[in-house]
Design a protein around this ligand. Structure first.
Ligand code: PEP
Ligand code: MG
Length: 562
C-alpha cells in the first residue's frame, strides 16, 4: 500500500474503485477562419449564451450554494471583458473556437495572478471554456464518468457544474489533483458532505478500477489497502453514519457540562441547513465572504439586509459576527489593494479596518441597525461582534471601545496570533470574549503559509505549541470569567474538539456538516476525561505524537469505563 497526501475536506472516509474524469478537450488549432469574422462572432455569441443558460438551469436544479456558484459561472460566460477579447482575436481572422480558447486563457492568467480566493476560481473558468468550445465543435462537454457501479471519482479539479449534480448514490468519494481547501470543489463537497481529498498531486497516477481508501480526516488516499485497513475504514464510516442518525441534542459532555456547538457561516443562505443540523447559533459569521468580488465597499443598506437575514434565522440564539477580515487569502481591494511582499504579515484584518475606519464604522452601523430591526420585529438574536487578527492589547481596547460606541453589547476579539494568546489575560480586561481561530493561530505559530502546499505539513493544529497557546487563553478566560470559543477547523476534528474543551474552550464552532460527529464524540467524555486527554496531547513533542497520545489516553479512558 502507499499513501498519497492531499487536503481532506470534512472527516469522512470511503473506499471503492477509481473512475477517472475524461481528459479535457485539446486546445483548438490556431488555423485561419474559413467563415469570416461576422459568422464566427455569431457562433461565439450563440455558444456563450447557450452555455450561460445551461449553467443557470443546472443551478436552479441543484439549489443552495451550488446555484450561486453556477450563476457566477454563467456570468463569467457573458462577461464583457471576455467578449471584447474574443472580438479582438476574431478581428485577427481566428476561428471562434481558437478565439474563445485564447480569451479564457488570458482571463485565467489574470485571476491566477491575483491569487487567493480569486485564483481558485480559475478552475471554474476552465470549465466554462470547455463547455463553450465543446458546443462550438458540436461534441459533448467532458463530464463525470458513468461506469455503472459506485466509484471514487478522480479528476484534475471538478467544475462546479459537475459537482452540483453529482449522483451521490454513485460517487463514493472525490479526489482531485489540483484545487485547494477553498476551491469550489471543496466548498461544494463540504456542503454536500461528500468525502473528499483535494490537491493530491500523487492521485494523477491512479488507474481506473483500482481500489483506494479516501480518508478526508487524515487528508490521505491509500492505494492497495490491506484487508485490515479496509475493515477499519468500514467501521469508521459506520460510526459516522450512526452519529449522523443520532438524535440532535445540545452539545454536552458525558457529565452534562454544556459545550454549545455553533456554526461557521459565510452567507445567511446557509442558515437553514445549519439549524437543521442542530447548530445552537453561529460562532463565526465571515462577513468578508459576502463581498469578496466587490470592488468598492458595500453600503450600510446592503450589509444591514444580510445581517438582519442572518439574525432572524437564529432568533433567540447567539450569533457571533466577525467584522471584515481582509488580506492574504481573502483580498478585499476596497480595504487594502497595496502590493505587499508578505500579505499574511501585512495590513490585514483589524489593521486594515483601523486604517479605513470609516468602513469599520459603517459595518458597525449596519450591525447595530440589523440588531435593532430584528429585535423590533421580535426575531432578534444575541449579537456578539468580534475583530479578526488582533495582535496587541491596544487593538483589543480600540475595537471593543468603538463597537460599544454603536451599542454593541458583546464585543470581543479573535485570537489568531501568538502575541494575543500570550497576552490573553490583559486582552480580557477589554474584550467580553475571545474566539480562537486555529487556522491562523497554527499558521503564525509554525510560521507556515496556510495556502502553501509545500509547507502544508506544518499546518497542523495538533502541534503542542498551538495547544499550549490555547491552554493559556483557556486559563485566562477561566480566571477572568470570560468565554473562550474555538472557530478554526480544529473544532471540527472530534478528538481534537475533546482536547480543546479540556484546554478550556467553552464553545466550539465549525462547518455545520461536522456537528454530528463532534456532538457524538463529546458525549462520551467527562470534563475530567477531556482534561486528561488534553494533558496527554500537551506533553507530546510534535503534532503526530500529540494526536497519538490523545488517542492512547482516550482508549485507556474508554477501557476504564468498561
Ligand atoms: C481561523 O483563522 O482559524 C479562522 C477561523 O478564520 P479564517 O479561517 O476565516 O481566517
Ligand atoms: Mg483567520
Amino acid at each position: 500500500m502507499a499513501q498519497l497526501r492531499g487536503v481532506g475536506i470534512g472527516l469522512g472516509v470511503a473506499h471503492g474503485p477509481v473512475a477517472r474524469m475524461a481528459a479535457p478537450l485539446p486546445a483548438p488549432e490556431d488555423t485561419p477562419s474559413a467563415l469570416g469574422g461576422e459568422q464566427e462572432r455569431a457562433r461565439v455569441q450563440e455558444a456563450l449564451e447557450a452555455v450561460a443558460r445551461e449553467l443557470e438551469q443546472r443551478g436552479a436544479q441543484a439549489g443552495g450554494a451550488a446555484q450561486e456558484v453556477l450563476e457566477a459561472q454563467a456570468m463569467m460566460a457573458e462577461d464583457p471583458t471576455l467578449t471584447d477579447e474574443v472580438d479582438a482575436s476574431l478581428a485577427q481572422g481566428k476561428t471562434a473556437e481558437r478565439a474563445v480558447h485564447e480569451a479564457f486563457a488570458s482571463f485565467r492568467a489574470q485571476l491566477e495572478a491575483v491569487g487567493g480566493y480569486l485564483g481558485e476560481r480559475a478552475a471554474d473558468l476552465d470549465d466554462v471554456a470547455q463547455r463553450v468550445i465543446a458546443r462550438l465543435q458540436g461534441v459533448p462537454a467532458p463530464g463525470v464518468p458513468e461506469p455503472g457501479h459506485p466509484f471514487v471519482l478522480v479528476a484534475k479539479d471538478l467544475a462546479p457544474a459537475d459537482t452540483a449534480l453529482l449522483d451521490l448514490d454513485q460517487v463514493l468519494a472525490l479526489v482531485t489533483t489540483e484545487g485547494g481547501p477553498t476551491s469550489h470543489t471543496a466548498i461544494l463537497a463540504r456542503e454536500k458532505g461528500i468525502v473528499a481529498v483535494v490537491g493530491s498531486a500523487g492521485a494523477a497516477g491512479l488507474a481506473d478500477g483500482e481500489t483506494v481508501i479516501v480518508d478526508a480526516a487524515a487528508g490521505a488516499v491509500t492505494t492497495e489497502p490491506t484487508d485490515d485497513e479496509l475493515t477499519r475504514a468500514k467501521n469508521r464510516a459506520n460510526a459516522r453514519a450512526a452519529a449522523a442518525d443520532a438524535p440532535i441534542t445540545d452539545g454536552a459532555l458525558a457529565d452534562g457540562t454544556a459545550v454549545p456547538l455553533l456554526a461557521n457561516l459565510g452567507n445567511p443562505a446557509g442558515a437553514a441547513e445549519a439549524v437543521a443540523l442542530g447548530a445552537e447559533g453561529v460562532g463565526l459569521f465571515r462577513t468578508e465572504f459576502l463581498f469578496l468580488s466587490a470592488s468598492s465597499a458595500p453600503t450600510v443598506e446592503q450589509q444591514r439586509a444580510s445581517y438582519a437575514e442572518l439574525l432572524a434565522a437564529f432568533a433567540g440564539k447567539k450569533v457571533v459576527v466577525r467584522v471584515l477580515d481582509a488580506g492574504a487569502d481573502k483580498p478585499l481591494p476596497f480595504l487594502n489593494d497595496a502590493h505587499e511582499e508578505n500579505p499574511a504579515l501585512g495590513l490585514r484584518g483589524l489593521r486594515a479596518l483601523r486604517a479605513s475606519e470609516d468602513i469599520l464604522r459603517e459595518q458597525l452601523t449596519a450591525l447595530a441597525e440589523a440588531d435593532a430591526q430584528t429585535r423590533k420585529a421580535g426575531s432578534g438574536a444575541d449579537l456578539w461582534v468580534m475583530a479578526p487578527m488582533v495582535s496587541t492589547v491596544d487593538e483589543a481596547e480600540y475595537f471593543t471601545a468603538i463597537a460599544r460606541e454603536y451599542g454593541i453589547r458583546t464585543a470581543g476579539v479573535m485570537v489568531e496570533v501568538p502575541s494575543s494568546a500570550l497576552m490573553a489575560e490583559q486582552i480580557f480586561a477589554h474584550a467580553d470574549f475571545a474566539s480562537i481561530g486555529t487556522n491562523d493561530l497554527t499558521q503564525y505559530t509554525l510560521a507556515a503559509d496556510r495556502l502553501l502546499g509545500s509547507v502544508a505539513g506544518y499546518q497542523d493544529p495538533w502541534h503542542p505549541a498551538v495547544l499550549r497557546l490555547i491552554r493559556d487563553v483557556g486559563a485566562a478566560g477561566a480566571k477572568t470569567g470570560k468565554p473562550v470559543g474555538i472557530c478554526g477547523e480544529a473544532a471540527a476534528d472530534p478528538l481534537l474538539a475533546v482536547v480543546l474543551v479540556g484546554l478550556g474552550a467553552t464553545s466550539l464552532s465549525m462547518a455545520p456538516t461536522a456537528l454530528a460527529d463532534v456532538r457524538a464524540t463529546l458525549l462520551t467524555y467527562s470534563l475530567d476525561d477531556a482534561q486528561r486527554v488534553a494533558e496527554a496531547a500537551l506533553a507530546a513533542t510534535d503534532a503526530a505524537t500529540a494526536r497519538e497520545a490523545a488517542h492512547a489516553a482516550s482508549v485507556s479512558q474508554k477501557e476504564r469505563m468498561q
